[in-house]
Every structure is written in C-alpha cells, then in structure tokens.
Design a protein around this ligand. Sequence first.
Ligand SMILES: Nc1ncnc2c1ncn2[C@@H]1O[C@H](COP(=O)(O)OP(=O)(O)O)[C@@H](O)[C@H]1O
Ligand SMILES: [Mg+2]
Length: 340
Amino acid sequence: MPRKVISHICEHDILNIGGMRIKEVIWIEKYRPKVLKDVLGQDVIIERLQSYVKSGSLPHLLFSGPPGVGKTASAIAIAREMFGEAWGSNFTELNASDERGIDVIRNKIKNFARTASLGEAAFKIIFLDEADALTHDAQSALRRTMERYTSTCRFILSCNYSSKIIEPIQSRCAVYRFKPISSEAVEKCIRQIAKEEGLQLTDDGIEAIKYVTRGDMRKAINSLQSAAVMGKKIDADTIYQITATACPGEMNELIESSLKGDFMGARDKLDALLIDQGMAGEDVIYQIHRAIMDFGDISDNLRVQLLDKIGEIDFRLTEGANERIQLEALIAHFMLTGKK
Ligand SMILES: Nc1ncnc2c1ncn2[C@@H]1O[C@H](COP(=O)(O)OP(=O)(O)O)[C@@H](O)[C@H]1O
Ligand SMILES: [Mg+2]
C-alpha cells in the first residue's frame, strides 16, 4: 500500500514502488542538509547552534520534536561544521530503539569515547536517536555514562517527547524544541528539489504535499519522490493517490451530504474512499476529524457534537470494531445531528 511506502520508507520500498524500479538514491539522503543554514524552518534553534560552532564549545543537547523536522540533520550538520574533514571519526550515531538494552549502548559509547578525538577537535559527539525509547533505568545508566565521559564527549539526544526523558538528563542538557516545518519552508524545499530533478510540479500539487505532510519534511520529500516514479508531471491527484489520502474537497462533500440528510450519497462517497482508494478506516476517521475542525459553515454546538462522536468511533476502531459498520454509523449520526 502506498501509505506504507511513505511512513516506513526504506531503500527497498522505494525500489519497488508500483512495481517500477528507481536506481537513484533516496532523496531524503541526497538532499540532507550539509550545513546548519540548510536546515529550514527552525531559525531560532539554528542560530543558537551556529553560535556553539563559532565558539567551539558545546553543552550536551536534547532535541525534541515530531519526526522529519531536522533533528538528526542538525546533529550531523553541527559535527560537520565543528570538525570539518574529520567529522566522520569524531561523530557517531546510535539508535536507542535498535540497540537492545543499555549495556550495548554503554559498550559502544565506551569504545567510541575512550579513543582520543582526531584533528583539532576537543571532544567527540555521540548522537543518540530515539532516547525516549529507553526505559527509566536505562536512562539513569545513560546519565551516569554521560557524566563519566563528559570531558571527552558531548551527547546530543533526540526524542519525540521530552517529557519521557528523566529530569536529571534534561537538566544536564540544553533543550531545543523543534517545531513542525512551516508550509512556506516545505514549499521552498520541495520546489527546489523538483527543479533539480526536472519535475513539473503544479501549484495544486504543492498544496497537496503541504496538506498531506503537515510539517514533516521527510514525508514531504518521500511523497515527492514516490510521485515522481509515476511521471515528470506532479499534481494534486498524484500526491493524494500515492499517499492514500482523500483530497480535502472529497472529504467535505462526504460531510456535506451526510449533514444534509443524503445518506446514500454519503455512503457512495465513503465506499469510494474505502474500496476504490483503498484507504484504511483509521485514516478516513482522521481526515473526517480534520475536516470537521476546518469546516466553515456550522455552529460550534454542532461541531462539538460531531467531534464527540468522532472520538467514540475512533476508539472503537482502535479496539478492532468493523470499519465499515462504524463509519456508516458515524455518517448516520451526522445525518441525525445535522437534521436537528
Ligand atoms: N528542517 C529541515 N530542512 C531541510 N530538510 C529537512 C528538514 N527536516 C528534515 N529534512 C529532510 O528530511 C530528512 C530527514 O530529517 P531528519 O533530520 O532525519 O528528521 P528527524 O527530525 O526525524 O531527525 C532529511 O534528510 C532532510 O532531507
Ligand atoms: Mg532522526
């Protein structure tokens, strides 16, 4: 399913999109920012990281924020700028959720930390991705390891939720909260890549990428690359199709029909999403939720009632209830509430 390609991208998936082969490298690697100023849409953070580079000193850092907003890219860019040519030998990247147990991490950290840094560098940098995947005990052990090697190593920890990182680690780090990337920055980056790849990207194509990826630059670039397999011209239809997303207009029509009391019309539209487009029930409900939040022409009272029901149906779906029955029940509820 196309959605899988987008969310769990790896080289293998990309090579097999739609049965076609791409021989090129994946674009999130090809277009990974090399220096800090290429990391878009995080201006305040980047400015402060640049001042560390200028001064040649670095505290331990904690980067928190949603996926695909430049946390790893920033860590690598710091190392490149601080260490120049020798960055590869003075920087290592570990993933807390890959490496089973803190012992593996401690051994790797020890091996890396005990050899002297190369070149002019005063310390080495250890980047620990997904640090919030570590258990409480593992984080305590990590804290001690951080203290022990503090004269030779700086740690950059990355996580989605800083609240899952224990207080003693947070207080030893300068904490940076990365935001979802603004629409303007996504547009700038996507247009640039489209130009370099010789793609013809329509304005509605750009809007679709922004709608679908909501501030996740990795997802934006992956969507563009997946769409590029289908042809040089990329418009909204291609993007919605490749990401298994209903276009916002279609979703609004479904909601309008049901609020107006046209049950069969609404059901046909639902079928089009579930059967013709192969969307998962959970994605449909997610998009209905989003559409209701943005829906113009209804009272707050009605909106609240609809949202309440959406919450209930969403819960039932995660509990494993039948998608189709639940979504039809939701439409029926919209009809009854819309009538009142
Ligand atoms: N702020 C950004 N500016 C430019 N490209 C970005 C940005 N954030 C993410 N990317 C793109 O997405 C890819 C993955 O970003 P990454 O830094 O690994 O995200 P994460 O925040 O999940 O660590 C990068 O290689 C780059 O191509
Ligand atoms: Mg990362």
